[in-house]
Each structure stands twice: as C-alpha cells, then as structure tokens.
Design a protein. Structure first.
Length: 724
C-alpha cells in the first residue's frame, strides 16, 4: 500500500525543552513494507525524488491524530512526539487514509466522542427513502456538514459506500423522463449535488465522474437557477463521441477508459463547475486530474510499441509539408495534419504537469525521439511544419493550433528554437514568420501566445530547461548570443515597425478606434519594457538610431484610452528605473518631459490610475537621486511642477538642493552642452572604443555595431519632426 502522489510536507520532533524542531522539508510518501508490514512515512528531496531525507514508522497501536486538517501527529515507542505538517489538506487526507486503512479504523475513529456522535447524528439525518418530499431534508443535512471537516469525510464515504448518489440520480432521471420535474425539485437537486461536490472528497468526485453517472450529474447541473431559460447542453457535448479520435492503437481498454475519464474531469472543471467550486475543491479536482495524468503516462510506457507508432505517425504527417506538398488540398491529409497538432499539444500538456523523469522521457519521445540523428531530423521537420503553417494566410484555422504547439515546445526547451533561428535562412526564417503572423493575425489569443514565444526565445536571463541532458551545456549560452545577434540587426526593427512609423503611417485621430492596432501597440510596449530590462546594452543603440522613444511619448500624449497611456508610460518608467545616464541625457536633449507634463496637467486632481502612475514616476526620480533628471526638472519645468496640485515641486526641490550644495550660475548651460557632446560622441563611437562602452559587467557584446543598425533604417531620425 502506497500513496500514489507525493505531497509537500514538513516533519517536526518535540525536544526535551518542549520545542518543535524542524527535521526535514520535502515531499511526503506513505507506504507499508512487506516484511514486517509496518507503515512508514518518508520525506524525499523535492529536486531529487530518489533521495530520502528522513523516514519514520507508525505502529499499529499508535495513537495518531489529525489537527487543523493539515497536521498528523503521534508518539513513537521511545516516547518522542512527532508531527507532519502538510502544505494542503488534500495531502494530509491522502496520508491519513493510508494510516487509517492499515490500523483498521475509519476517518473518525481517532476523534473524540463528541465529534463522532456529531458525525453519526449527521448521517442519521439523511432519509432512507429518497423522494420529492425528502429532498429538502437531504439538502439541509449536506449544507450543515460543509462547515465540519470530519463530518464531510464521513458523509462522502457514506455516499460512496451505500450507493446514495445513484439513488439520487434515479429520482432525477425518473422525474425528467416523465416530464414531472418542477423548478423546485430541479433547483433542490442542483443544490444537493453542489454540496456533494463541495464535500471535497476525491472518492466522491470519482463516483460522480463514473461513466454510468457522469451524464446524469451533468444533467442536474444543467438546471442551474442562474441559467434561466437558456439552459446549457452539457450532456449533448459529453455524449458526442465523434470528437474522440484515436490516432494510435492502445492495447489496454482500461487506459482508454482512464483517458476518457480525465477528459470528463477537465470538462467539469473548466465548463460545468467553475461557479460551484471553492479553492479547496478546485485543488482536489486538479490533483485528481494530475493523478490520472500520471497513470496515463505509466500506461503509455507500459505499451511496448506506443512511441514507435507516435514517431511514425508524426513523420508521415509532417513530411507532407517538408517536401512542399500541401496536405490541405488532399483528401485524407488535412485531418491527419490537424490531428497530429492536437495530439502533440495534449501530449506536451501532460508532460509539463508530470514529474521530471517522466517529463524527460515523454518529451524526448514526443518530439526528439531517442537518438541524436532522429532528434535533429524530427525537430527540423517539426519547425518547418510550424513555419509553413504560420506563413500560409489560407490556413488560419490551423495557425492557432501551430502557435500553441510552438509555445509548448518553447516552454519545454527554448534552446531548440534559438538554434533554429540562429542557423536559418535570414530572409525566410521562423522568427520572420512569427513577426509577420503577429502583425497580421486577427486573433487576440494567437498574438498573445506569439508574444510569449518571442519573450522566451530572446530571454537571456531565464534559467535553462532541464528537459534534455545537454540543456545546461555551454552551447546554450552561445545559442542565446547567436540568436540575439540575429534578432537585433535583422528582426527588432521589423517587429517594432508599428511604433517606429506611428507618426507617419497612422492617423493620430484614428487612435483608439482600431482594436487590432491598439492590441499590437500594447504588446509592443510590453516587449519594449522587457527588452530594456533584459538587453540593456543592445537596446540602447536601437533606441538611439530609431524614433521609438519619441513615438512612445506620442502614443502616451495622443492616445485616448487610459490603458494605452499606462502601457506607454510603463516603457518610459522602465528606462528611468535602469538608472542609466544614457537615457537621462537622451530625455534632457529631446525634451521628453514636455508630453509627460501635458498629460499630467490634464489628469491632475482626478485621483485615477494614470495620475497615480505619473506621481509614482516623479517620486521614483526623487527617491533614486537621479541628479541629471532632478536638475533638468527644477531648472526647465519649474512652472509645470508648481502648477500641479500635489507637493511634487517641494519634494523635488528639496532633493535638488541636497544634490547641489554649491550651485554655479553656469551649471545649466554646461549641462546642456554636456548632453549634446555626449550624443555627438556616442554617434562617432565604434563598438571597439573602450571609452564609449556603456555595457554592464558580464553583458555580451553583439556582433552588429551602430552603423549596421542604422543601415537597416529606411530613413534618418534626424529628418523626423520632434514632438513639441
């Protein structure tokens, strides 16, 4: 007997000084040895499940008790008190049930007499005969039990052991079949089954999800009082077996039944029960689904030829694209190509929720196979498959599914995509197709997923995945640098083109009327914020040689929607938050605070989110002791500051006097000349000049210098009109 899921817990011992000492923290597993048959609890290392941190036994006559629903305690034969504190109530109940089963006691056997009597009387309140007249009594008894944890356990066990659930469902079925289901009865049955779900028992949830019960339970929830006349059709969806497509052969009928049960549980969690579940019951249902996933993984590994079937099917479907054949024009290929996308999406979803050893095996078999040659060939074909779907405007139905697959692979191991981008054709790479899809895709969800993929691919701060054994090799750092060396000179300008051309190609009066354009600009602001934080050196020269900062301020000043103003302000605030004099001198030289004060005066005194964000911007400048900006604000924008209703001027002026104890009359003129000389000198710098190197320690230098970036621009920033 062994608990099927490891639960996070902490074990304590009571010392002679009556103090609880923390012994170990990890995942707790309950099991019973064969000879002698003694139950024991083991605390395992969370990162290395095979490493045991602590183990202790529980005697058959030991006085074990549960406290506060998450703590199990008992006294060992040597007189030492021991306690195990679980992170969740579900983990405590799972281990507690194993102990009770070994000792031959029910859940309530170790509780005090008062609780036992209370639970017994609660069960006795349930009427033996179930009919319309007794439904109110059943509903009342169940609702009263929801506030008593141990009563909930006993009632759940009673419902499962006595078949009470089936009898309740027969009342519903008979009434609905005979068209004698008044609203009072349907609402009462809905309340009863809602209480059954909230009893938060894994065994009872499994009983409700059994094939013989699942449709009738769904029928009860169709009569939700809040639904009104528009009653949902849960049973119709669950009874439709046409969506069950088996693309590989499974020998075990039990495995197939478990897959169907997991599908029904996910449908209940996502569609039927969202308005019913509380946090604890939601967690129980998620753990139940995860437990089924683990069993499905074990069942798939037990199938001897399952991975060979997957690999053969995968290659056959993708080869249609790889050899320039269009499967969507043939008779049987369209469905095959779509099914392979759907299958691997679900497969990778299961792999992501499993433990590390199983996740590694699943991922390697799913998209990489077992040997190096097959892995490379399979991944190249897969990425080509995704690339051609993203590039084909006529395949909009499959594009969203392909992006989901790309995101799943990227979450497992972004190194694969970085290698593909670094080694691909610069004119028709996967990254180019992703950018074109992002700017042209009408679906908001697909655009959001593409943004997540782009962030992950160019993220040089995130830790590497542990999916593949070679993930932490030096090649991963090189692949990030190679990917960034291609991204900034070749793709960054194309990606940010909607912002770069904002003042030329977009009618400023139309801002806020095009939902698609607003969504693209919002995501680009979010990406810019990330680039400024993650790529401090590379992004500087892109901002210098483009019109991005000025157009961000233009977006902030002219866009009518507050959330877009907040997105643009967040980019500006991120640049200030770096504390880099590069940005400060840039702001001073180009008068970047003029539109900031223009909007601040419009929202001053409204006490809304934008006013708070603007106040926080200036407060951050003061708290950061940014001397260049504080001097500029006090010397150039004193009237703007004094015109605000807040005390920003007094606070900034106080810091100004602290930073400038001895003010010189020509300080402002020297500072202005210094900014001009700084940017003129920066424009003449070569990347090899050590005096011009603003990189932080440890940051890699890109292969592309400023002049190469400037050559990619179709126009010169010096010819653009400034924001006045």
């Amino acid at each position: 007997m062994e608990s099927t899921i490891d639960h996070r817990a902490r074990i304590f011992l009571l010392t002679n000084d009556n103090e609880w000492t923390d012994i170990a923290t990890g995942t707790c597993r309950a099991h019973v040895s064969d000879e002698p048959a003694v139950p024991s609890l083991s605390i395992l290392n969370e990162e290395q499940p095979d490493t045991q941190l602590y183990a202790t036994t529980i005697g058959k006559e030991a006085e074990v008790s549960v406290q506060q629903d998450t703590v199990i305690s008992w006294t060992r034969p040597d007189g030492t008190d021991i306690a195990v504190s679980f992170e969740t109530q579900i983990g405590c109940e799972a281990v507690w049930s194993e102990i009770c089963r070994y000792q031959g006691k029910s859940y309530s056997a170790l509780d005090n007499v008062k609780t036992s009597v209370q639970m017994s009387s609660q069960v006795q309140q349930l009427p033996e005969v179930i009919k319309d007249d007794t439904l109110p009594d059943i509903d009342t008894a169940l609702q009263q039990s929801l506030v008593m944890p141990f009563v909930k356990r006993q009632l759940a066990a009673f419902m499962v052991d006595t078949g009470y659930v089936g009898r309740l469902l027969r009342v519903f079925t008979d009434a609905e079949t005979n068209h004698q289901l008044p609203s009072t009865v349907s609402e009462r049955l809905f309340s009863i089954f809602r209480s059954l779900v909230l009893l938060n028992s894994p065994q009872l949830l499994k009983e409700l999800l059994k094939p013989e019960n699942v449709l009738q339970v769904a029928g009860v929830f169709e009569y939700e009082p809040q639904a009104g006349s528009s009653r949902p059709e849960y049973r119709k969806y669950l009874a439709d077996t046409s969506r069950y497509r088996q693309i590989i052969t499974l020998k075990s009928p039990g495995l197939l039944a478990l897959i169907h049960e997991t599908f029904r549980a996910q449908y209940y969690k996502d569609v039927i029960l969202p308005r019913v579940l509380d946090d604890d019951t939601f967690t129980t249902l998620v753990m139940l689904i995860r437990s089924n996933h683990m069993e499905i993984i074990s069942g798939l590994e037990a199938e001897g030829e399952i991975y060979d079937q997957m690999y053969t099917f995968f290659f056959r479907a993708i080869s249609n694209f790889y050899y320039d054949r269009n499967p969507f024009l043939e008779t049987d290929s369209p469905q095959e190509a779509l099914e392979v996308c759907k299958f691997f999406k679900e497969f990778l979803t299961i792999a992501r929720t499993s433990t590390n050893p199983s996740q590694i095996r699943l991922y390697q078999y799913a998209l990489c196979y077992t040997n190096t040659h097959a892995r490379s060939e399979s991944m190249n074909k897969f990425l080509t498959f995704v690339h051609k779907i993203l590039s084909n405007q006529q395949m909009s139905g499959a594009r969203g599914l392909a992006v989901e697959l790309l995101l799943a692979v990227c979450q497992h191991d972004p190194h694969i995509l970085r290698q593909s981008i670094a080694s691909s054709n610069k004119q028709s790479s996967l990254l180019s197709a992703m950018i074109e899809c992002f700017q042209g895709e009408p679906n908001v969800g697909v655009r959001w997923q593409l943004v997540q993929v782009l962030r992950t691919v160019v993220d040089n701060t995130a830790g590497s995945s542990v999916i593949l054994s070679s993930t932490n090799s030096p090649g991963h750092s090189r692949s990030i640098d190679e990917c960034l060396n291609q991204f900034y000179p070749l793709y960054a300008t194309r990606l940010l083109q909607p912002i770069i051309d904002l003042d030329k190609s977009v009618d400023l009066l139309a801002l806020g009327t095009d939902t698609k354009s607003d969504d693209i600009l919002f995501h680009l602001c979010d990406l810019l914020t990330f680039f400024i934080t993650a790529h401090k050196y590379r992004i500087k020269y892109l901002l210098l040689r483009s019109f991005i900062v000025q157009n961000i301020l233009l977006l902030f000043a002219k866009h009518p929607l507050l959330y877009m103003k907040a997105a643009a302000l967040r980019v500006f605030r991120t640049m200030i938050g770096t504390g880099d004099d590069f940005y400060f001198r840039f702001f001073v030289k180009h008068g970047s605070f003029k539109p900031i004060f223009l909007v601040f005066q419009q929202v001053d005194g409204r006490n809304n989110l934008l006013e708070s964000a603007l106040f926080e911007l200036f407060e951050g400048i003061r708290a950061g002791h940014y001397r260049i900006l504080i001097n500029h604000l006090i010397e150039e924008h004193v009237n703007d500051l004094k015109g605000l209703s807040s005390n920003l001027y007094e606070r900034l002026n106080e810091m100004y006097l602290k930073l400038n104890p001895q003010l010189e009359s020509n300080e402002s003129a020297n500072a202005s000349n210094g900014h001009d000389e700084y940017f003129e000198r920066l424009g003449e710098c070569d990347d090899s000049d050590s005096d011009c190197d603003d990189r932080e320690e440890g940051e890699q230098e890109p292969d592309t210098n400023i002049d190469q970036i400037n050559e990619l621009r179709p126009y010169s920033p010096s010819k653009r009109s400034k924001l006045g």
